[in-house]
Design a protein around this ligand. Structure first.
Ligand SMILES: [Zn+2]
Length: 418
């Protein structure tokens, strides 16, 4: 099974220059080839293949205006073409939105395919060699990841280089490891319904609450202060750049904390339950409501849902969705009475029919469990909103393209790196 080991790398000055060159060339080739493919198709209806584009690349590397491209490993640049073609194909096949040009202002990534990574890595010292001019780069990671790297040094399948906005470098190294070594989460024969909320992040049908930790809100004052300072600095000045970096670092920190928490909640749920049912929330619709928007985007529902599904699949567990129009909050789970006048601000209510007292969210979670189990028994699967949406709203899904192709090429199975 393929697993990703994420390490932070600490390049020295020369290596940093080379890494930046690689990222720049990767982006350049991606954009150049995407543009070329579009143009050729418009002008002559010719659909350039990977083979065609590879030979364009070979010529480019000999062009005196592009000599810098020849300083970057050719397999890596060919991988850029391959990645672009995957994004391009997905656009037609899955209506995922037209491939976006890579911008230097986003997180930078480059994929090192298997044949571009040195076979001499032993990892005895904490260094990794990628291509010829990227040798012995120092790295750090958890002990678990480190021992995995040493054990499977001959099973490296590729690596994704990432440079964050705050100029940190990471490598996500793909490794083929024995299935027997993967400890699957135990099967518990227990199911759960979960309701997602803003005050509490996740509420379970067993009455467990995972609070929304408001990582962003907690740092909001500091962010505002940093931004105020930023606006006073001169454009293009060194101080302004430094301030930008400071802000980017804080954003990184908040994102990491959030990530870690989402992992924690997902791990807890999947350790305790085999089947998890949830509403197929239309997060985009909810985001249009400004009051809710900030809270929701802060909570990271998308991330949570994606991770839950990925991890469940890895552990032979299941996530089931129920229709988002199912009145899970309004229905008394005990007798089925529907309380139509239940407004958002009512957190507790008593069923006029059977007299049962309800916590709004727990009651909803129990109904989600009931409905989810019923659908599962009948073999009904709710078609996911994201897929339906993706087919109709091109503009909104564009953002995803970049990301999803990386995921596809890498099949990354994320794990919390401690
Ligand atoms: Zn009732």
């Amino acid at each position: 099974m393929l697993r990703a080991v994420k390490v932070r790398i600490y390049p020295n000055k020369e290596q940093r220059v080379q890494l930046n060159k690689t990222l720049g060339a990767y982006r350049f080739v991606y954009n150049y080839m995407l543009d070329l493919k579009q143009k050729e198709y418009k002008e002559s209806k010719k659909d350039l293949s990977r083979f065609d584009l590879n030979s364009v690349l070979t010529k480019l590397r000999k062009d005196e205006n592009c000599l810098w491209l020849s300083e970057v490993n050719i397999s890596v640049l060919r991988q850029s073409i391959r990645q672009m073609l995957v994004a391009y194909k997905n656009f037609f096949k899955e209506h995922r939105g037209f491939p976006k040009f890579k911008s230097r202002n986003n997180v930078q990534t480059a994929l090192f395919p298997i044949n571009s990574i040195s076979k001499k890595n032993t990892f005895e010292r904490k260094t990794i060699t990628l291509t010829k001019n990227l040798e012995d780069i120092r790295f750090r990671c958890s002990e678990e990841f480190y021992s995995r790297l040493k054990k499977y040094k001959d099973g490296l399948k590729g690596a994704t280089l990432t440079k964050s906005k705050s100029n940190k470098y990471y490598l996500s190294i793909l490794i083929e490891i024995d299935d027997s070594e993967i400890n699957l989460l135990p099967h518990t024969k227990k199911d759960v319904g979960i309701d997602l909320g803003v005050k509490d992040f996740v509420i379970t049908s067993d009455g467990e609450f995972f609070e929304n930790k408001n990582f962003l809100t907690k740092k909001e004052k500091l962010l505002k202060k940093l931004n105020r300072q930023l606006s006073k600095k001169k454009n293009g000045s060194n101080n302004k750049n430094k301030q930008h970096l400071k802000i980017a670092k804080l954003h990184d920190k908040i994102a990491n904390k959030k990530d870690y928490y989402v992992h924690e909640v997902v791990n807890k749920l999947l350790s305790n339950y085999d089947n998890v049912y949830m509403e197929d929330l239309n997060v985009k619709g909810m985001l249009r409501n400004h009051k809710l928007a900030k809270a929701i985007s802060e909570v990271g529902f998308y991330k949570f849902r994606n991770l839950l599904e990925t991890k469940a699949a890895e552990n032979a567990k299941n996530v089931g969705f129920i229709d988002r129009f199912y009145p899970s909050s309004k229905t008394c789970h005990n007798c089925g009475y529907i309380k139509n006048d239940l407004t958002l601000n009512i957190r507790k209510w008593t069923c006029p029919e059977c007299g049962m007292e309800h916590n709004r969210d727990v009651n909803a979670a129990i109904n989600i469990l009931k409905e989810g189990s019923r659908l599962a028994m009948e073999g009904v699967t709710v078609e996911k909103v994201t897929k339906k949406k993706a087919a109709t709203t091109k503009k909104k899904t564009v953002k995803k393209t970049d990301d999803s192709t990386t995921k596809e090429a890498v099949t990354v199975v994320s794990e919390v790196s401690a």
